[in-house]
Ligand binder design. Sequence first.
Ligand SMILES: [Zn+2]
Length: 160
Amino acid sequence: MYAEISSAIASAKAALELAQAAKGLANFNELVSAVSEVNTRLMAAYDVAFASSEKAYALSEEVRALKDEVVKLKDLQAKSEEYELADAGGGVFAYLHKPSMQGSKPRHLACVKSFAEHGVGILQNERTHYRCSLCGAEISPVHQGHMPSVQEVYDMQRSA
Ligand SMILES: [Zn+2]
């Protein structure tokens, strides 16, 4: 880009010198030709500048998307420290919100599928199965012949 700009500036200087030297119409054709050369070089410099500003915009968009991804991953990592993978019954797995992490949050289970893909999907007890509030996946853990409640899943972990 700088090569095109300095070339256009050099042509402009040459055209200015010609204009200053143009005492009569004898140099007029030379002057017109020099001005035309300046225009051509300015347009080339403009094209290069425009292409590189488009490229800079695309790169800044890419940087922004990557920054968003980093924030999302950090958030997910922080959340993953609050949960542990647990057998909810019969080898059906769910994430259990660690008792040591419980502040204002009640005991709950989270969806394994959502955890890896989009974040914490709380599993809702629908009597015959649990349904993920985020992705809609269903799990049907079994413990002692019935689907365990969230409290029972916590108790199973303590006795394991
Ligand atoms: Zn889910």
